[in-house]
Design a protein around this ligand. Structure first.
Ligand SMILES: Cc1ncc(COP(=O)(O)O)c(C=O)c1O
Length: 392
C-alpha cells in the first residue's frame, strides 16, 4: 500500500482490526505470558527461529502496534517502547557504550539525562563533554578516539537553543559515530531527525505523544538491527518495558498529535508576542521568534516553533517564585506537552540536580521560567500570566 501521510499514519499505521475481530480500538492485551502449542514451538520461539510472543517483557501485541506506528511517524525501521523516557535514554546509552568510552553531548540536557551521564562517569569511567555544536569545528574539537556516541537535545530543555541536526550527522558519519536525538520537545510532527541523517531518535512519550498528562513512557526509533539488539539486551535485562494499558493510552493520544501540535504552536506564538513586550520580562526564548539566534536552524528542520517558551523575570529568584505563586488556572508543575498549560522553575525543579556552575553555563538562571503552552484559549493563558506579572 502507498505510504500514508502523517495525519493518516497517526491514526492507522501498524494496526489491522481484521485480525482482531474488527475491534476499531486497539485491544489491550493485558497478559504477562503467552502459551505455546508444544514444547518444540517454545524452543523455536526462544531460539528466535519462529516469530511470536513469549512473555510480555519480551514483547506485547498492544505495545507492538504503538512501536510500528511511531517507527512510521519518525521514518525509521523499527520502534521500541519503554516504561519511561529515562528508561529509553538509559537503555540506549548503556547499549552504545562500554567502560572507559566517551559521550559527546549537547550543551544543555534534561536534568536526569545529565544525572545519568554523571553516574556513568563515576561508575564506569564513561566520560562526557558538552558542546554547542554550532560549527563542524566545534564538534570535531571534542571527538576522541573513544567517543561512542553523540547525544543531542534540540530544542534544548529549557534554554530553547537549537542544534543543526544535519550538520552534526555529517560530521558523525565521517567518524562513524552514531547520533542519538531526544526529540521530546518537537514530536515527529515538527521534526524528524532520522530524515536528517541521525541514527536514533527517542522521546519522553510522557509529553506531546501522550499529550494528556496521564502516562509516563518512552519511545525509541532507529535501525532494526540495533533496536532488535537493544530489545534483547538493555531492555530485556534491565526491564524497563511499557505496560499494555500505557501503550493503549499513547495510541489514543497519538491520533490527535497533528491537531494538538498545531494548536500548541499557534497559542505559543501568540503568548510569545505578548511576553516579549512585557516590562517585567527581560528575555524570551522561543524557536519561532524570527530574531532567535538559531532561527535559521528552526526554519531548516522544524515545521513550527513548538509549544514551549522560556523567559526570564526581572529581579531575583524570589521574584520568579512570587510570579509562579500568583498564577490562577495555569498549573505549577513539571512535565510539558499536555492539554493544560504547565509552568515550572527549572533551576529548582527539572534541573535542580545540575550543579549551579554547570546550570549557569547551560543558561539556566534563577529567574528563568519554562512555560508549556496548553490547548486552552490563548487569551486566557496570557491574561493569567499578565495578572501574575502585574501583581505587586
Ligand atoms: C527532554 C526530556 N527528555 C527526557 C525526559 C525524561 O522522560 P520521562 O520523565 O518520561 O522519564 C524528559 C522529562 O521531562 C525530558 O523533558
Amino acid at each position: 500500500m502507498k505510504k500514508k501521510r502523517f495525519e493518516t499514519a497517526v491514526i492507522h499505521e501498524g494496526y489491522d482490526e481484521k485480525v482482531l475481530l474488527g475491534s476499531l480500538s486497539t485491544p489491550i492485551f493485558q497478559t504477562s505470558t503467552y502459551t505455546f502449542d508444544s514444547a518444540e514451538q517454545g524452543e523455536r520461539r526462544f531460539a528466535g527461529e519462529e516469530e511470536g510472543y513469549m512473555y510480555s517483557r519480551l514483547g506485547n501485541p498492544t505495545v507492538t502496534v504503538l512501536e510500528k506506528r511511531i517507527a512510521a511517524l519518525e521514518g525509521g525501521e523499527r520502534g521500541l517502547a519503554f516504561s519511561s523516557g529515562m528508561a529509553a535514554v538509559s537503555a540506549i546509552l548503556v547499549a552504545l557504550t562500554k567502560a572507559n568510552d566517551h559521550i559527546l553531548a549537547s550543551e544543555g540536557l534534561y536534568g536526569c539525562t545529565f544525572g545519568l551521564l554523571t553516574m556513568m562517569k563515576e561508575k564506569y569511567n564513561i566520560d562526557h563533554d558538552f558542546s554547542s555544536m554550532a560549527t563542524k569545528e566545534d564538534i570535531k574539537a571534542l571527538i576522541k578516539p573513544n567517543t561512542a556516541c553523540i547525544y543531542i537535545e534540540t530544542p534544548i530543555n529549557p534554554t530553547m537553543k537549537l542544534i543543526d541536526l544535519e550538520l552534526v550527522a555529517e560530521v558523525a558519519k565521517e567518524y562513524d559515530i552514531p547520533v542519538v536525538v531526544d526529540n521530546t520537545f518537537s514530536s515527529p510532527y515538527l521534526q524528524r531527525p532520522l530524515e536528517l541523517g541521525c541514527d536514533v531518535v527517542l522521546h519522553s512519550a510522557t509529553k506531546y505523544i501522550g499529550g494528556h498528562g496521564d502516562v509516563i513512557a518512552g519511545l525509541v526509533v532507529g535501525k532494526k538491527e540495533f533496536l532488535d539488539d537493544v530489545q534483547m539486551t538493555t531492555q530485556k535485562d534491565m526491564g524497563g518495558v511499557m505496560p499494555p494499558f500505557d501503550a493503549w493510552l499513547l495510541i489514543r493520544g497519538l491520533k490527535t498529535l497533528p491537531l494538538r501540535m498545531d494548536r500548541h504552536c499557534i497559542n505559543a506564538e501568540k503568548v510569545f508576542e505578548k511576553l516579549k513586550n512585557h516590562e517585567k520580562v527581560t528575555n524570551v526564548y522561543y524557536p519561532g521568534d524570527s530574531s532567535h539566534p538559531d532561527y535559521l536552524i528552526k526554519q531548516k528542520q522544524m515545521k513550527h516553533g513548538g509549544g514551549l517558551i522560556s523567559f526570564e523575570i526581572k529581579g531575583s529568584k524570589q521574584d520568579a517564585q512570587n510570579f509562579l505563586n500568583k498564577l490562577s488556572f495555569i498549573k505549577l508543575a513539571v512535565s510539558l506537552g499536555d492539554t493544560e498549560t504547565l509552568i515550572e522553575h527549572p533551576a529548582t525543579m527539572t534541573h535542580a540536580v545540575v550543579p549551579e556552575d554547570e546550570r549557569v553555563n547551560m543558561g539556566i538562571s534563577d529567574q528563568l521560567i519554562r512555560l508549556s503552552v496548553g490547548l486552552e484559549a490563548w487569551g486566557d493563558i496570557w491574561e493569567d500570566i499578565e495578572q501574575a506579572l502585574n501583581k505587586k
